[in-house]
Ligand binder design. Structure first.
Ligand SMILES: [Zn+2]
Length: 482
C-alpha cells in the first residue's frame, strides 16, 4: 500500500479573533481569560424572540480570506439553520451556510500551494463559509470520563470561517504543509491570530482507497493534525490487514492518549434538517465593496516570496521560508533597511541569522519572534561586528540567548569578554601548546590531512571560540609542515 492510497480531506474552522464583536450580536468577542457567561445577550444565548443582525465586518473579513485563497465570492446568499441538539447550542440550531437546496457557500473553489519533497503541489478547496461558534463545553479530565460538563456561553456566537478542502491530500505531511500555508495566509490577511488557544479546530476525513472513510472530529491545534492522521491511518491499515471491515463513522481525537475513539456512526446531512434562516435577510455584497477590500488587501505570502527573490536575490527556498511567518518577514525588511550599504551578500547573511540560530531558539522555546525583545538592529550589529573582525561567527552563535533578551551586541561583548583573537603572538603560543599536547594527531596528519581540523578545534576550545580560524589554520600549518 503506497502513500497515494491515502485520501484526506480537511475542514478547518478558524475563529475570526480580530473581530471586536460576535457574528450576530454586539457582545464582546474577546472571551479569553474572561469570567464565564459574562459576555452574553439574548441573541447569543438563543432566547426566544431575540433577532440576529449580521456583523458587516465579518463579511469583510470573509471577503479578505476568499480573495487571498482565490475563491469565487458568491455576492448573494442567505444563512441556513443547521439543527442538532447539544448543550453547547441553546437555540437547538447553529446559524451556518449551506451550499445545497438553493443555498450558496460564501466562496466556492480556491486553492493552496504547498511544497512537498521539493515539489510544488496545488491543493484545491471546495468552499469556505461563515458560521457561528457554539458555546464552550468544559470537562473535568477527558470527555469520556468527566462526571459533569460545564457550559460557557461567552464563546457562543463567535464568528467562525470554515475552509473545506477537496479530498486531494495524500499524506499527513501534505496536510501539515496545507495547514502551514493556510495559517500564513490567514496571518497576512489580518483576520485572526491563530496562535491563540482554541482559535483553530480541524475535522479530517480519512480513508484508504476502496474503503469507507472515518471523520476525526475536533482536533484542537494544527500541530495535532499530523499526529491524529498518522494514528488513524495506521488504525485503518491494521484493520484491513486483519481483513476486518471498516465502517463509516465519526471518531474523536483524544490528544492526551493520542488515539482516536469511535463516538457514533456517521450522521448524515439529512439529520441536520437544514433550512433557510428566516430571521436574517439575504446578504447582498456589492461589487465596489469587494473592489475596495481587494485594493486594501496587503501583499500575500506568495507574492512576497517572488518579490524577495527578485529584490534581494534570495533563493526560492530561502524566500519561501522567510515569508511564511509575516512577523519574521517584516523583521527582515525592517533590519536590512538599517544599513544602506547592504547588497545581496548581506541580505543572505541577515536571512541566515533569522532562519538559523534565531528560528532554532524560537522553536526550542516555543515562542514567536514578536514575543521576544529581539530587535532588527541587534542582527544588523552582529553581522557588522563579524564583518569587522571584532568577533568570530562562532562567538556570535553563543550570543543568541542574550540577544533574545534585547541586550545590545556591544553590551554582550563587554559582559562575556569575548572578542576575536587575531594577535599572532598570542595565537602562536596557543598553537604551540596544542601541538605539544597532541603529538599523536600531528603524526596522524602525515597520512590524514583531515587531522588538521582536529587541531584547529583544540585551539578553538582553548580560546572558547575566540581564535580567528584562518590565522590559526595558517599557524598550525606553518609549524607541522616542517
Ligand atoms: Zn450576544
Amino acid at each position: 500500500m503506497s502513500a497515494t492510497d491515502i485520501v484526506i480531506g480537511l475542514e478547518v474552522h478558524i475563529q475570526l479573533t480580530n473581530l471586536k464583536t460576535k457574528l450576530f450580536c454586539s457582545c464582546n468577542s474577546d472571551y479569553r481569560g474572561k469570567e464565564q457567561n459574562t459576555l452574553v445577550c439574548p441573541i447569543c444565548l438563543g432566547l426566544p424572540g431575540s433577532l440576529p443582525v449580521i456583523n458587516q465586518k465579518a463579511i469583510e473579513f470573509g471577503i479578505r480570506l476568499a480573495l487571498a485563497l482565490n475563491c469565487k465570492i458568491n455576492d448573494e446568499f442567505w444563512f441556513f439553520r443547521k439543527n442538532y441538539f447539544y448543550p453547547d447550542l441553546p437555540k437547538g440550531f447553529q446559524i451556518s451556510q449551506y451550499n445545497k437546496a438553493g443555498g450558496k457557500a460564501f466562496g466556492d473553489g480556491g486553492k493552496i500551494l504547498i511544497r512537498i519533497d521539493g515539489k510544488r503541489k496545488e491543493l484545491s478547496l471546495n468552499r469556505i463559509h461563515l458560521e457561528e461558534d457554539p458555546a464552550r463545553l468544559v470537562h473535568k479530565g477527558s470527555i469520556a470520563s468527566s462526571p459533569y460538563t460545564l457550559v460557557d456561553y461567552n464563546r457562543s456566537g463567535i464568528t467562525l470561517i470554515e475552509i473545506v478542502s477537496e479530498p486531494v491530500i495524500n499524506s499527513p505531511a501534505e496536510a501539515r504543509e496545507f495547514l502551514n500555508q493556510l495559517k500564513s495566509i490567514v496571518q497576512y490577511t489580518g483576520i485572526a491570530d491563530l496562535e491563540l488557544e482554541g482559535s483553530v479546530r480541524v475535522d479530517a476525513n480519512i480513508s484508504i482507497k476502496g474503503h469507507p472513510r472515518s471523520e476525526v472530529k475536533n482536533i484542537n491545534s494544527f500541530k495535532e493534525v499530523e499526529r491524529a492522521l498518522n494514528w488513524e491511518i495506521q488504525r485503518q491499515r491494521n484493520l484491513i490487514k486483519r481483513e476486518q471491515e471498516l465502517i463509516q463513522e465519526t471518531r474523536h481525537w483524544d490528544d492526551k492518549r493520542r488515539i482516536t475513539i469511535g463516538l457514533r456512526t456517521k450522521e448524515f446531512e439529512k439529520d441536520y434538517r437544514y433550512f433557510p434562516e428566516q430571521d436574517l435577510v439575504p446578504i447582498n455584497i456589492e461589487g465596489p465593496f469587494i473592489e475596495r477590500i481587494k485594493d486594501e488587501l496587503p501583499e500575500m505570502p506568495n507574492a512576497r516570496m517572488k518579490r524577495f527573490q527578485k529584490q534581494y536575490e534570495l533563493s526560492e527556498f530561502d524566500s519561501e521560508i522567510l515569508v511564511l511567518d509575516k512577523n519574521i518577514a517584516d523583521f527582515f525588511e525592517e533590519g536590512i533597511k538599517l544599513d544602506n550599504s547592504y547588497g545581496s551578500k548581506e541580505y543572505k547573511l541577515f536571512c541566515n541569522w533569522l532562519m538559523g540560530d534565531i528560528s532554532r531558539w524560537l522553536n526550542d522555546n516555543n515562542k514567536n519572534i514578536k514575543d521576544t525583545k529581539l530587535k532588527p538592529i541587534q542582527v544588523k550589529d552582529i553581522i557588522h561586528f563579524i564583518k569587522e573582525g571584532k568577533i568570530t561567527g562562532k562567538i556570535a552563535k553563543t550570543f543568541v540567548d542574550d540577544m533574545m533578551k534585547g541586550l545590545p551586541i556591544k553590551d554582550i561583548i563587554k559582559k562575556t569578554g569575548k572578542l576575536r583573537i587575531a594577535d599572532k603572538e598570542i595565537l602562536s603560543k596557543i598553537v604551540k601548546e596544542v601541538i605539544d599536547e597532541n603529538q599523536d594527531i600531528v603524526k596522524d596528519y602525515k597520512g590524514n590531512p583531515r587531522a588538521l581540523e582536529s587541531l584547529i578545534g583544540k585551539c578553538m576550545k582553548k580560546t572558547k571560540g575566540q581564535a580567528d580560524p584562518k590565522i590559526t589554520r595558517d599557524l598550525i600549518l606553518s609549524y607541522i609542515k616542517d
